[in-house]
Design a protein around this ligand. Structure first.
Ligand code: 5GP
Ligand code: MN
Ligand code: MN
Length: 323
């Protein structure tokens, strides 16, 4: 661990300006990990720019430093040193972010996805970690150069809180609970973060859920639902309002795989997959060109909504030995 941290820190200290990026449609781990790295670079007085291709959902305004994660459209600079967090492959950050990176840039890849393809010059990939933020927790703990402060602790806690579904998913290990406990002792407002990031919803999100549930279908241990662009507009909803809908399918009694199909552009379907106990949804998502974790994965498939639904459901049935 110490060797790894020394190598990572020496590489970071050797460069003047770092770009910090994460995946599009960022979740709490993507944003928490981006901000955690930002707070580390701030302690070291190293210049940095944080980018995310997508609009950041309002609820994350509670996180310290969030207003300094910019959209790449605001800038025409390019960077020769980049830290990727919570991104399984380079494509996950989106083309506009990728265009900010010089061809011969030095890349650091910190991630926990099983499908990570080791695209960095330094790769710190721990597939057993509950969140990328858990890896950063260990970095800070073992480092001699970083001090915990409430901003750093809040960022790390946010990643772990959200990627464990509020300490409920199977990635909630005894270590995770110990780390969370230590972070609370450093002053993290755990209840406030849980209330805003996990419990609070918006009217458009509820109206979208209402529409999505009218499409709920069940076949054996697979449940799925869908949303098209028309419904998204009708509900006055945005992309991030779809988060959580897939859990309604997965949480149904007797279901092992829950799926949400949503039309992001005409004939472009984003598929979110969740599994409860048995099915490896990362391998299903990989088959369709995406990736993720055993219990939560995703991919984007071109085609008409009904045809994409049919292809994916058939493939899941096959994986379950039913077709
Ligand atoms: P979600 O369904 O919430 O978008 O994503 C669930 C998990 O799968 C997350 O860990 C996310 O990073 C991963 N994931 C979602 N879509 C893709 C994709 O298109 N490619 C890859 N590699 N991972 C994805
Ligand atoms: Mn993520
Ligand atoms: Mn993550």
């Amino acid at each position: 661990m110490n060797d790894r941290i020394e190598k990572l820190e020496q590489a970071i200290l050797a460069k003047k300006h770092w770009l910090v990026v994460s995946h599009l449609n960022p979740d709490g781990d993507a944003l928490g990990s981006t901000l955690a790295v930002k707070h580390i670079l701030e302690q070291w007085n190293i210049e940095h720019t944080c980018l995310n291709l997508s609009q950041i959902p309002n609820k994350y305004q509670i996180l310290p430093g969030i207003d300094q994660i910019y959209q790449p459209t605001n800038l025409d600079e390019t960077f020769d040193a980049v830290i990727f967090v919570d991104a399984a492959d380079r494509e996950r950050i989106g083309i506009a972010c990728e265009q900010c990176i010089k061809e011969d840039a030095f890349i650091i890849n910190i991630d926990h996805h099983a499908t990570n393809d080791q695209y960095g010059m330094i790769n710190w990939v721990e597939t057993e970690a509950s969140a990328t933020a858990e890896i950063i927790y260990q970095w800070v703990e073992y480092s001699n150069r970083i001090d915990w402060n409430s901003f750093l602790a809040t960022s790390v806690y946010t990643g772990i809180l959200t990627d464990t579904g509020g300490f409920r998913y199977s990635n909630t290990t005894p270590d995770v609970m110990r780390y969370a406990s230590n972070l609370l002792e450093k002053g993290v407002q755990g209840h406030e973060l849980a209330d805003i990031l996990l419990e609070t919803t918006t009217l458009p999100a509820l109206e979208l859920l209402q529409r999505a549930l009218t499409h709920l279908q069940v076949d054996g241990s697979i449940a799925w639902t869908q949303i098209d662009q028309h419904e998204l507009n009708e509900a006055n909803a945005v992309e991030s309002d779809t988060a959580g809908i897939v859990n309604y399918a997965r949480n149904l009694e007797g279901v092992d795989v829950g799926i949400l199909f949503r039309e992001v552009e005409p004939d472009v379907i984003k598929v979110s997959l969740r599994s409860r106990l048995e099915t490896d949804v990362a391998s299903i998502a990989s088959y369709f060109g995406g990736g993720g974790h055993t219990r939560a994965a995703g991919c984007t498939i071109k085609g008409k909504l009904p045809q994409v639904v049919e292809r994916v459901i058939k493939h899941v049935q096959k994986e379950q030995g039913r077709a």
